[in-house]
Design a protein around this ligand. Sequence first.
Ligand SMILES: Nc1ncnc2c1ncn2[C@@H]1O[C@H](COP(=O)(O)OP(=O)(O)OP(=O)(O)O)[C@@H](O)[C@H]1O
Ligand code: SF4
Ligand SMILES: [Mg+2]
Length: 466
Amino acid sequence: MEEKKKVLFRVHNFRKYFPVKKTSVFQKEQLYVRANDGIDLEIYEGETLGLVGESGCGKSTFGRVLLQLYDQTIGYTIYNGRSIYELKPEYVTKILSKLPEEKAKYEKLQAKADEKKKVMESAAEGQDLRIATNKAMFAQNDADKVFYGMVQLIGGLYTADDLHEVGKTVLADYKAKCEAMEKGSKLEDLKNTAELDVLRAKYQDRPDFAKYDAELDTGIDLARLSVNEMRVLRKDMQLIFQDPYSSLDPRMTVGQIIGEGLMTHHIFEKNGDEMQEYIMDVMDECGLQKYFFHRYPHQFSGGQRQRIGIARSLALRPKFVICDEAVSALDVSIQSQIINLLLDLKEKEDLTYLFISHDLSVIKYISDRIGVMYLGNMVELTTTEKMFEHPMHPYTDALLASIPTTDVENRKEIKVLEGDIPSPVKPPSGCKFHTRCKFCTDICKEEVPEFKEMEPGHFVACHHCL
Ligand SMILES: Nc1ncnc2c1ncn2[C@@H]1O[C@H](COP(=O)(O)OP(=O)(O)OP(=O)(O)O)[C@@H](O)[C@H]1O
Ligand code: SF4
Ligand SMILES: [Mg+2]
């Protein structure tokens, strides 16, 4: 049997909306750029997940919100690289010590969300409907936030009669687990307190116990962290940009650039020989000569600057690295050197990558799985092999068919995607791809296709999968 993969990130109903400035005081409707519009995804530990899609479909935004560099408008992001017992975020104690109040708050917010939903259902077409839909969605999000805050910590015990007792018992269990971790226990070896087991046994036959228990998570809900708590996690998650030059301070030497993060994250307390030696080792690992230590960014080529960017990120020993078009600005020969460096480092350091690129050949080479995005949504997600063998979404099919091939014998007719990408401010109704899809039928214009698992591990959002 295949070993169950450990989930490093779990995102649910992930949305990032950028408000568009109103153009007049009479404008009733607040418009948003829907950069990410409801993504559900798991990123497995140790994998390279490739993300593709046309320019503006929301790839970079997804990466940035995942790292909480932008606030998440709606949904949650759970990080399992560390557990709540290790980080001890304040929100856990806050929620557990006030469970009955939290539930009452949730019920009130849910009633409000239901009301807004009714208004939406009776709203007229056009602007009124859009305004009512947004209001209903934000109200539902307020309720969901409180709800998931509880069930991620107590799971099936949400069905219990006495939530005060649940809060007390789970909190005592949480404190015992935090203490055990401090003493060196591993997450997988932690055991529930006897009191928690008794309480769970009492309610486990309740009808919705299993449903709520599926939400139970020892991971960290990133959007609930304070700035200081998030700062502790920053070191785990690094971002490598397309243009390393603009992110390298021209007044700092390579040694200072790499050393800066090491000091900020207290990996070294002082800039001494030990740190210098460590930096030189990392430079060596990333294919940079040690004597470059005292040189400035402008003295390097594009490929070398990208190596400096990689060394700066990797020096922090992260668990997760987002490469956002990290090789797109480089010559093809340098591209392959950098990609091979990234693959070597991944192997050595046990990293997980989110590899964002609009270049499908690069994505194919580096990724274990590929996610295809269109106008803020994930439309297809599966292993690299399956994606190229049997794409099921018409958009993926069109994207793959547009890769130029050097194989003259088997060259297929290049099908260029027709039509412009619609606006992410007022996207098309139903399936957002319907304005450009040759398989479009009436249902596509009206109903949003669900992102469904069509075969094991192969998710597609389409009413008429290929
Ligand atoms: N800070 C911002 N404020 C307002 N809108 C933004 C902001 N950042 C991104 N957007 C918008 O969000 C949408 C998604 O942008 P994003 O940069 O994530 O796309 P992308 O897929 O990375 O594109 P590319 O391949 O060109 O890098 C675009 O419509 C963009 O204009
Ligand atoms: S749902 Fe309809 S419009 Fe959308 S991709 Fe599938 S066939 Fe095309
Ligand atoms: Mg981008």
